[in-house]
Ligand binder design. Structure first.
Ligand code: GAL
Length: 416
């Protein structure tokens, strides 16, 4: 039995639907997702309303927990029980894993009729297709190498956004001296991992590729990795005492309410600023993590359709609604992400969104677009978890940097 099948069968968890839409509609979708924070829920609502207008009854199946860790556990339980949801929010290597289990539906009809092949970037198609068949509809592209800075805290610290590691540290020191928590962070493995994406990338594209994608032992355990862990330890020193277990959106709220100076987080954080009526450039500033400018560590949320009885018509409507260019604008301007199609204008996007779209296009052209390790687009789930374990143990002071680099080599090797 494969490792994946083993873990699918070993989980038992019951999830209860929280919201049911009116019963008059004749087509139904039950949608499993982890979009429960303010900006996320607002964005998802756009899709729900679009589908309800088309007579598709939306049964909401939210499973809270950043980056979908809990949602993926709940999904395994549902599939094991022989009762998969109609559609599931999913990312990267999780999509590949489920494709290999032969339990997904096929969206080729819609994809062909709507020409998805020509508008979805190849880096996303890599995950949306299995054996040449479309099995998922990508709703967005996020990226993880961003920093979200309070404009007031930035101004109080001299006003110039940091572009290098040394400038970042100088600014964090000034914010500390100014009496605020310099770095808002939530101590959860995926959040530690999200910072790690940026820190590794800041030491060079090749280093990111060698370690997070190609998993070369000599790079995973080398001097540069020790330096990456030193950088993680340095960042850890700017986090407040209560960071352990904090949800990411609560960390964003600390920046929004002026308690903290900045957060290193993917662009879903922008959704939270927008929900609080904060304006980019006026209330907050978005920059690429220092020394990663021009490169992008991306992840894409996709809706995967399970092979369910009597669900196909509604699934096709949902897939089509997800890929609709106007929907991609309406959704992504709220969510903080950018469209999963290359033919959408950036006109309606704010400055951070415009920058996100331009960065993504440029990074694609220059070969500087990399899958995010922390958000499942660089390595399979088991290896991601092994990396998380080491990164979090080190972040919490269990390992020094040298030990962490050595542990990383072993952890990755045994997860392969
Ligand atoms: C990411 C996902 C985003 C957002 C975030 C926090 O993995 O791509 O859409 O939901 O997690 O949960």
């Amino acid at each position: 039995m494969s490792l994946l099948k083993c873990s699918i069968l070993s989980t038992a968890m019951v999830v209860i639907p929280l919201i049911s839409a009116p019963a008059m509609a004749d087509e139904n979708v039950e949608v499993m997702h982890w979009w429960t924070a303010g900006g996320e829920a607002a964005a998802l609502n756009v899709l729900k309303e679009n589908l309800e207008k088309q007579g598709v009854n939306w049964k909401d199946m939210p499973v809270a927990g950043g980056s979908g860790v809990s949602a993926m556990t709940a999904l395994r339980a549902r599939v094991t029980a022989g009762n998969p949801p109609t559609a599931v929010q999913m990312m990267g290597f999780n999509i590949k894993d489920w494709s290999a289990q032969d339990v997904l539906g096929n969206l080729n009809d819609v994809a062909e009729a709507e020409g998805w092949d020509n508008v979805v970037p190849p880096a996303l198609q890599e995950f949306s297709k299995h054996d040449g068949n479309w099995i998922a509809a990508p709703v967005n592209v996020h990226s993880t190498n961003w920093v979200w800075i309070s404009k007031k805290a930035l101004d109080d610290a001299g006003g110039k956004a940091p572009t290098t590691w040394d400038e970042l540290i100088a600014m964090l020191d000034t914010m500390k001296a100014n009496g605020i928590t310099p770095l808002a962070h939530g101590g959860q493995a995926w959040q530690d991992g999200t910072i790690f994406d940026s820190v590794v990338l800041s030491l060079g594209d090749d280093f990111y590729k060698d370690t997070m994608i190609d998993l070369k032992p000599e790079a995973l355990g080398g001097d540069k990795m020790v330096e990456a862990f030193d950088r993680m330890a340095k960042l850890r020193s700017y986090v407040d005492d209560n960071f352990s277990g904090r949800d990411w959106n609560l960390a964003t709220a600390m920046v929004i309410n002026g308690e903290a100076g900045m957060q290193i987080m993917g662009d879903w954080a922008k959704g939270e600023f927008l929900q609080s009526k904060k304006v980019p450039g006026e209330d907050f500033v978005c920059i690429r993590f220092p020394s990663t400018q021009g490169a992008v560590t991306f992840n894409s949320d996709q809706f995967v359709m399970f092979d369910v009885k009597d669900g196909l018509a509604a699934q096709k409507k949902m897939a089509s609604a997800v890929m609709d260019p106007n929907f991609q604008i309406a959704f992504n301007t709220v969510k903080g992400s950018v469209p999963a199609r290359t033919d959408v204008s950036d006109e309606k996007f704010d400055d951070c969104g415009k920058k996100g779209m331009a960065d993504l296009a440029d990074a694609g052209k220059t070969g500087r677009l990399f899958g995010s390790m922390a958000h499942g687009h660089a390595v399979p789930d088991g290896i991601k978890s092994a990396i998380f374990d080491v990164v979090t143990a080190h972040f919490n002071g269990e390992f020094d940097s040298k030990t962490a680099a050595a542990e990383l080599v072993d952890a990755v090797e045994s997860a392969k």
